[in-house]
Design a protein around this ligand. Structure first.
Ligand SMILES: [Cu+2]
Length: 125
């Protein structure tokens, strides 16, 4: 093997490693909603190529304030849909859009972009 072939092989193995890591080991950042003044659960979500945090642990039966701030111009994330709560809204760039939702029963409540490509969820306990 000449040096180009070695380089191609090393690069290929490195890419395989990244892909394996992504599928099997990458975990979404999980956050527990903070309880703010007035006893309302609150969480700030940054929208940029996905949702950060993408998994939010909340208490069931209590209202949660979700504050989405979209920090990109990509059209993919311009809409947010919370099907479990019948909510949908546009996310203007660099503005915060707030929802108040109440997950009535324990379980998972997903949210996504308008194309259902970016995903996140509330985990109500
Ligand atoms: Cu999208």
């Amino acid at each position: 093997m000449d040096s180009i072939q070695i380089l191609v092989n090393v690069t290929g193995f490195a890419l395989i490693g990244v892909i394996v890591w992504w599928f099997f080991f990458y975990k979404n950042e999980k956050t527990t909603a903070q309880t703010g003044a007035g006893g309302m659960q609150e969480v700030d979500i940054t929208v940029q190529g996905g949702y950060r945090p993408a998994e939010i642990v909340v208490q069931a039966g209590k209202p949660v304030r979700l504050k989405f701030t979209r920090k990109e111009s990509s059209s993919c994330s311009e809409e947010i849909v919370l099907p479990g709560f019948g909510k949908r809204a546009r996310l203007p760039e660099n503005q915060t859009v707030t929802f108040v939702v109440t997950p009535e029963t324990p379980g998972e409540y997903r949210f996504a972009c308008g194309m259902n490509m970016l995903h996140g969820k509330l985990i109500a306990r």
